[in-house]
Design a protein around this ligand. Sequence first.
Ligand SMILES: [Zn+2]
Length: 86
Amino acid sequence: MKDIIGSISTIRNFMGNAGRNTCNEYLYEALTDAVESMEGDVAAKPVRITVGAHDSTDGCPVCKKTFYEKVNFCSRCGKAIDWSKK
Ligand SMILES: [Zn+2]
């Protein structure tokens, strides 16, 4: 898999270091948005969330919302969830 986030981040960082002007400000903003969007699409494994005194359940690694079924995306923050066992 290509490291698309890394590639776009490199362009963003280069533009940031090179000094932006008003002509490429839109491009810089677009790249920043694209990176943030793709970071949300990269699946992360659920984390254990403590529920009450003696129980725990799977939850979102970003916003800690608890899941009651194996959702592909968190309904609160949109984070992609990876349920594979590895
Ligand atoms: Zn979430």
